[in-house]
Write a protein that binds this ligand. Sequence first.
Ligand SMILES: NC(=O)c1ccc[n+]([C@@H]2O[C@H](COP(=O)([O-])OP(=O)(O)OC[C@H]3O[C@@H](n4cnc5c(N)ncnc54)[C@H](OP(=O)(O)O)[C@@H]3O)[C@@H](O)[C@H]2O)c1
Length: 326
Amino acid sequence: MKSTFNWGIIGPGRIAHKFAKGLAAVPEAKLLAVASRDEDRAKAFASEYGAPRTYRSYEALASDPDIDIVYIATPHTFHCEQSILCLEHGKAVLCEKPVAMNSEELARMINAAKASNSFFMEGLWTRFHPNIIKTKELIDQGKIGHVNFLRADFGFITEFDPTSRLYDMKLGGGSLLDIGIYPLFLAQYLFGAPIEIQSMAELSPTGSDVYCNIQLRYPDQKMASLHSSVVTDTNVEAEIYGSDARILIHSMWFTPGDISIYHRSELLETIEMPEGHFFEAEIRAVTRCLQQGLTECPEWSHKDSILLTRTMDTIRAQCGIRYEGN
Ligand SMILES: NC(=O)c1ccc[n+]([C@@H]2O[C@H](COP(=O)([O-])OP(=O)(O)OC[C@H]3O[C@@H](n4cnc5c(N)ncnc54)[C@H](OP(=O)(O)O)[C@@H]3O)[C@@H](O)[C@H]2O)c1
């Protein structure tokens, strides 16, 4: 079994830069190639992160026999087609969140992964951050008593620009799919599958949701109140309320950071979390899966992505968020 893996990156944009820094921190991961529609962008990225090969087409990268795994970092609407392209060439795939535009696309991607017996995973880095894992541990240990409420938000202010990734429906624009996915992930990770979903959104002139408010109900008297917005600077905090205390995951809660435990407004304890590169933990988890020959990641499995995508489908239907062909 191999222990070191060659990575290719498709779409060297904003998040791919951060990801490449994470790759550099993992000795078992080597950045071999990058593909961009723009040759200069591919070359500049390759030279910045030491990738020896560049491609002007995604298909050429997918055909490179030396690449083990491809990281897909293009806007959401391309994830399905590009993941399937790579899977059909026998590559493992780590595809940025949201892994697909809807459940139908995700089913096709998982089928392609199964057909080629290849590793396939949605890249949700927050799942691997120590603050999130510790929060779940504390809850499971009963540290804050019986948990019944989660409140989490993710919002920032942007100018309306119909051509930007956040507003253009052809690129999967809107707060729900781009950032609402994080509070929804947290609710799912902590509470499981909701038994009731109620949501409302405000739409921009392009039809993208500028904010989305979501209430979820779970068995055992649990509820979650979640908010995403591209027109409001929110605290970007997550709070989990138990019968004895509450956990605050400090802002920006979806990135690595500390957590505190409060009883009402009294601070009981702050737990400092180890620092590290944002993408490192996710890349280490993927590496372990590849070393063990797994086709999905136990910490964020296909089933987990299916449930999260299905929840977002329901919210989109309730809020009237519609994408072309989706
Ligand atoms: N994990 C995280 O925290 C995080 C953070 C931000 C974003 N993301 C996810 O990462 C993905 C990319 O986001 P980003 O902000 O990095 O995107 P971006 O910088 O706007 O674009 C990334 C790449 O996608 C391709 N692309 C961009 N616009 C395109 C268009 N109109 N048509 C075809 N291809 C286009 C380009 O590839 P070429 O170079 O080939 O032209 C570009 O280099 C999204 O799905 C997003 O949800 C994740």
